[in-house]
Each structure stands twice: as C-alpha cells, then as structure tokens.
Design a protein around this ligand. Structure first.
Ligand SMILES: Cc1cc2nc3c(=O)[nH]c(=O)nc-3n(C[C@H](O)[C@H](O)[C@H](O)COP(=O)(O)OP(=O)(O)OC[C@H]3O[C@@H](n4cnc5c(N)ncnc54)[C@H](O)[C@@H]3O)c2cc1C
Length: 502
C-alpha cells in the first residue's frame, strides 16, 4: 500500500487525508502545531470560547459530499443551521440594513432603506446565478488543468459563453451597472473580501460569491465553526489516518524530479506521495528550495490575498442591536482597498466585522455576556504588525494595535450606540504576523492567492504538480482557492488525482 505524507492538518489537508485513507492508502498527517485545523481554530479565555478563523459557512453540500464519499452522514457529526439574517449592515449615513436570506424580506428591506428600484436585487442575483452555473463545474469542482475537465458537454459549452462570465469588468463596475444606491454597491462589493480580493480590481466573475451566499444560503454550525474541524479530525481518525503533531516538516525530498519523502527534525521519512497543505509560497521557497523552476517562478509572481487583524473580546453586554454577523462599513471603501492592496498599510478608516457566536451557541460565553470576534481587513505583508506600527504614516496606522482598537471602539459606539470600552473582560489579538507564524501562510494571507486580475483563477497552483512526480497540493493557496468549501474541494481534487494516477 502506498504511503502518503500530508504536510499540514488544515481543512484541505484533512479533506484529502479522509478520502485517501478510505481508499486504502497509508496516510500520515504531519502538523507543526499541537492541534489540527490550521486557520479553523478555537480558543478559550476566561470562560469565553472563540472561533479564531472562519465564522461563516457556505456551500454545506461540499461537506456533506465529503462525509457521504466515505460512507458517513455529516448529520451524525454536525448540525447545519441556515442563517435567517445573513448579515446586519451599518452604514456611515446611519442606515442599518438586514440582508435577510428570505429574498422577499431582503427586497422589502432594500425598498424601505435605500433608493433602489424594486426588482433590482432579483435581476442582479439571476445574473450572479448565471455566472455560477457557467463557471462552478470548471473553476470550483474540477481540476482546471486537466483536459478531462473540458470533455463534458457543459464545460465545453462554457468555453463558448465566456463573455457571460463577466471577467473583463471589475466587480465594482458590474455592481455599479446594476445598483444606483451606493449602499448596495458597497454591500455587494464586499463579497470580494470572501477570497481576500479587491473589488476595484477583481473580475466581476466573483459575483458568484453573492449567488453562493444570498441564493444558496449562509450557515452556522451548532457549537461554532470549530465543530467542523473537530468533526473532520474525528472522521480522519476513524478512517485510520495517523497524526504527528508538533512536527514541523523542514524539506520535501526530491530525487530526479520524483518525490521521495519529507524531512522532520533532520530525519528522513520516506513517502511514495507527498501532499503539501502548507502555503504554496512556503512549499516552493522553504520545503523545495525552488525559486527557479518555471512553476515556482510563475507562482511567486502572484499577489497573495489580504490578511486580517482580529480582536477576540469577552464583553459584558447583551447587544440586542447586533446580530450574529455584523458589518460596520467604512465611509470610503475604495480608499480602504487602495490602502490595503496598493499602499499595503492598515486602513485609516477600516470596515469593522463583528461575529458573535454566543448569539446561537450560549455556551460560548458566560450567562448575560457575549464573545465578540472583531476583525478588520489588513494588508498582506511580512511587516504588517500593528504593534510595531508598520509603515507608520499617520492616523490609525501610526499607533499600532492600541490606536486601531480605539478607532474600532469609536466606530462601534457611533454606529451602534454601544460603548464597550469598559466592558471588555478579556482580550486576545491576532495580527497578520501571528497568522503567518501559526499557519505558515505567506504574509498572513487568509485566503491564499487574491483574484485581483482576470486570469488569477488560471494561475493558482494545480493540485497535482507538473514539476515533481508524486507531489500534490491542497489548501487555500492552491486550486480552487481559499475559504472552507473551496479548500475541502481542493482536498477532493488532489485525492482524486492521486487515485487516478496510482
Ligand atoms: C481570520 C480568518 C477569517 C476567515 N473567515 C472565513 C469565513 O468566514 N468563511 C470561510 O469559508 N473561510 C474563512 N477563512 C478562510 C479559511 O479559514 C481558510 O481558507 C481555510 O481554513 C484554510 O485551510 P487550508 O487547508 O488552506 O489550511 P490552513 O488552515 O492554512 O492550515 C495549514 C496547516 O499546515 C500547517 N503547516 C504549515 N507548514 C507546515 C510545515 N512545514 N510542517 C507541518 N505543518 C505545517 C499549519 O500549521 C496549518 O495547520 C478565514 C480565515 C481567517 C484566518
């Protein structure tokens, strides 16, 4: 039986491990941390529990498929709950708008609180659905780089309908052509951040994300998002996957362009096949010591996704004005993205995201209190440490995390009326540098590679290396990209390639 070493226990690594162990391979996952799940982690502080990374689940059918593919029922491990309100949005002009998952209620909310014409949302979501239907089979569910993908009729037809996928306009341009109310343009531009991209640069094809959330639904898991990591880890153990924690892999051994194994603590571990769930930048640069092959050179030119600065606050409050997911928008969205991607600095006036899992999972906070996950988008850069006041210029960027924290607290007070500064009972901060240190993602990127160009989807690392026989990739920086459903799909595509090739 062939031996497979998987570097990293992120959700992409676990997805591949489960499927391959079920198919009879001898699978060992090597993880540098003491826990599985990578970015999809959890932390307990003073009676509060926080999801450290992902907070919103979309495309739950991808998880159901993972479980059913190995003869298990996801519902025996996880409870999926559809959000009634996808997100509560607060705008600079004082408007509060709920994005209900019931589209008639959402239309009514738009009619009551914006100047938008009736029917625009429906028209827009039909357009988003068309793009999803045309692209998802090729760009999400298949190996983009295999000729086999294009032999089915649907994929073949897509090739002739390429203009319909709207890849030549930016997301902002397309959204502006549908909506006249600036609030709705900002709201739908925000979906670019679901894969760490800039709505003023990424192709309008990314409007598939609006379809995925608004039409297919946003979900939470009972017990919080970390339940997914726990469920996938339990399933991997059940299928016979072995885990080595606290085990950083130093090198992938290559002999004559063929993978021979990996090195941990200076010791060689022979393997027939290696799957890297580590960031692709790290895989080429550190693990393969390859900055010169054509694949490495091509990959190293790509633009990583944005990062995040997250405050985990245990708050002595019962915030009736807030929902599970809340966005407090900046005044000038274009300036915010220019600071993030062009200037690579922390935005002076950041959009603030607040996720409160204790709204649906009361055990996540002591009675009468709440666990606030408060996040702003942050630049992707090795020097993006707010403590060090990286790139000190002016305003919120010069004083480090404390200054940014004060900006966020002021925003929360002015938008919601809650002055929580004296009510924060415990605090943990995660910076881009922490994300990079903890999960190995380049510059703290949270979604791997950004989609800030019309060809980015084609440039991601393929799940099977063309350069090195026996080397495969899974995770946010490989095809089809970042976010929970996509990394689980990347594990599926990598596992299928291995089964096909062996
Ligand atoms: C703050 C934040 C918010 C997010 N919000 C959402 C959201 O709401 N919805 C959503 O769908 N997605 C969200 N995401 C993205 C999502 O979490 C990721 O796309 C996904 O979890 C990444 O999975 P992955 O397989 O790429 O592995 P990762 O989570 O990146 O894990 C890689 C693993 O490999 C290990 N590793 C790396 N190098 C080595 C080595 N040399 N040796 C051994 N082990 C190694 C790391 O320690 C890590 O455990 C968010 C991410 C963050 C950080």
């Amino acid at each position: 039986m062939k031996s497979i070493s998987i570097i990293g226990s992120g959700l992409g690594g676990l997805s591949a491990a489960i499927r391959l162990a079920h198919n009879g391979y001898n699978v060992t996952v090597y993880e540098k941390n003491s826990y599985p799940g990578g970015k999809a982690g959890s932390v307990n502080i003073d009676g509060f529990r926080f999801d450290t990374g992902p907070s919103l689940l979309t495309m739950p059918f991808v998880i159901e498929e993972l479980f059913s593919s190995v003869n298990e029922n996801a519902s025996d491990y996880l409870e999926f709950n559809k959000l009634k309100n996808l997100c509560r949005y607060f705008f600079f002009d004082g408007t509060m708008l709920n994005a209900y998952s019931d589209l008639i209620k959402f239309e009514n909310e738009i009619a009551a609180k914006t100047i938008e014409s009736p029917g625009t949302l429906k028209k827009f979501l039909e357009y988003c659905k068309t793009i999803y239907n045309l692209t998802s089979d090729i760009f999400l569910f298949s190996d983009l780089y295999s000729a086999k993908t294009y032999t089915n009729l649907k994929a073949f037809k897509t090739l002739f309908k390429l203009p319909k996928i709207d890849s030549f306009r930016t997301l902002n341009e397309a959204n502006r052509s549908f909506f006249k109310d600036e609030k709705l343009i900002q709201l739908f531009n925000r979906y670019a951040t679901y894969n760490g991209s800039n709505p003023y640069k990424c192709p309008a094809t990314l409007n598939i994300i609006s379809h995925v959330e608004c039409s297919l639904g946003g979900y939470y898991l009972s017990g919080g998002m970390h339940s997914l990591t726990k469920a996938m880890y339990a399933l991997a153990i059940k299928k016979g996957v072995k885990f080595e924690f606290n085990c950083p892999i130093e090198k992938i051994i290559i002999n004559g362009k063929k993978v021979k194994g990996i090195i941990a603590a200076g010791k060689e571990i022979p393997s027939d096949i290696v799957i890297s769930n580590a960031d692709v930048f790290q895989t080429y640069g550190d693990l393969l010591n390859d900055n010169t092959s054509s694949a490495a050179k091509r990959y190293l030119k790509l633009e990583p996704s944005s990062s995040a600065l997250v405050f985990y606050w245990g708050v002595n409050i019962n915030s009736e004005k807030l929902d599970t997911h809340n966005i407090l928008f900046s005044k000038d969205y274009e300036k915010e993205f220019s600071e993030l991607f062009d200037k690579k600095i922390f935005p002076e006036d950041p959009t603030v995201y607040i996720y409160i899992s204790s709204k649906f999972s009361p055990n996540d906070a002591p009675a009468g209190k709440e666990n606030w996950f408060v996040m702003i988008n942050a630049p992707n850069t090795h020097t993006a440490s707010p403590e060090k006041g990286s790139k000190p210029t002016k305003g919120a960027r010069s004083g480090g995390a404390d200054y940014i924290k004060q900006t966020i607290l002021n925003r929360i007070k002015s938008f919601t009326g809650y002055d929580i500064s004296g009510k924060i009972e415990c605090e943990k901060i995660m910076t881009p540098q922490d994300i990079e240190t903890q999960t190995g993602s380049f510059g703290g990127s949270i979604y791997g590679i950004s989609s800030n160009s019309s060809n980015a989807a084609f440039l991601r690392q393929a799940n099977a290396s063309k350069q090195y026989r026996g080397l495969y990739f899974t995770g946010g920086s490989a095809h089809p990209g970042g976010g929970i459903p996509l990394v689980i799909l990347s594990g599926k595509i990598a596992a299928e390639k291995i089964i096909d090739n062996n």
